[in-house]
Design a protein around this ligand. Structure first.
Ligand code: ATP
Length: 248
């Protein structure tokens, strides 16, 4: 049997006395778009870093892309892409240099990097911008570029940490077209977002509160369960019960 893209059991992460991730368990199916929501400080980034092989859990077990989160972190890193909102690109390197750098980090050979660079620049319609500093690009372009770079090695799973923060609705919509394309080609997408309209685009979403998963299902089922018109209401109900501020 082929394993799910992500299989997590009883994952806990403590910092001293403080429990940031508290015994969470969930699976993400292959090819699924999985939304990972929660109030500020709920533990999303902490959990995501463990799934990406960047941090070790205090306890618990699981696999990502079939590899063990406790013992095979280097293998996990090769099979996933990771896009953090703030530090994805080097602003003082050009577009081309960023592609070359990350291609190398993800283990591609020079020839592959060259080919991928051409394809990627054409696909993004950014040939004219290839020698511009990444830092000088509009935010929407930076994010598209960062997404494509995180996909350059054809990862099985892409982790997106608030990829559309601060971007206008039209650019966000176009960004989600890229997410859908990736998903249709079989890539599993694991995404955190502050925008509840985006939560509606996910196949399933989980809502974290105080390090625990308070709800996990498809947006349709969650709306039914919480008798809500939209995901914003669902989110407010779940997080409101815990007395947390309204932020994802
Ligand atoms: P946000 O949406 O604000 O990014 P989040 O859900 O991603 O929130 P985390 O960044 O995972 O939340 O943080 C969860 C909790 O763990 C927070 O209270 C945070 O202060 C704490 N925390 C995170 N990393 C550390 C660390 N290295 N040492 C101590 N506490 C930490």
């Amino acid at each position: 049997m082929v394993s799910d893209a992500v299989e997590i059991r009883n994952l806990t992460k403590r910092f001293g006395d403080f429990t940031a991730v508290d015994n969470i368990s969930f699976n993400v199916r292959r090819g699924e778009i999985f939304g990972f929501l929660g109030a500020n400080g709920a533990g999303k980034t902490t959990a995501m870093r463990i799934l990406c092989g960047l941090s070790r859990p205090t306890s618990g077990e699981g696999t990502v892309a079939g590899y063990d989160i406790n013992t095979q972190q280097e293998k996990i890193k090769r099979r996933i892409g990771y896009m953090s909102q703030k530090f994805s690109l080097y602003p003082d390197l050009t577009v081309r240099e960023n592609i070359r750098l990350f291609g190398g980090i993800y283990g591609l050979k020079d020839k592959e990097i060259k080919e991928k660079t051409d394809t990627l620049l054409s696909m993004l319609d950014m040939r004219q911008e290839r020698d511009k500093f990444a830092g000088s690009l509009p935010l929407g372009w930076k994010q598209k570029l960062a997404f494509s770079i995180a996909m350059i090695h054809d990862p099985e799973i892409i982790f997106l940490d608030e990829p559309t923060g601060g971007v206008d609705p039209e650019t966000r919509r176009r960004f989600w077209e890229m997410i859908y394309d990736a998903s249709e080609k079989g890539t599993t997408v694991f995404v955190t977002t502050h925008y509840m309209d985006e939560a509606e685009y996910c196949d399933r979403v989980s809502v974290m509160v105080d390090g625990r998963i308070a709800a996990l299902d498809s947006p349709e089922r969650l709306k039914e369960m919480y008798r809500a018109e939209n995901m914003d209401e669902v989110f407010r109900t779940i997080v409101g019960r815990s007395g947390k501020e309204d932020s994802r």
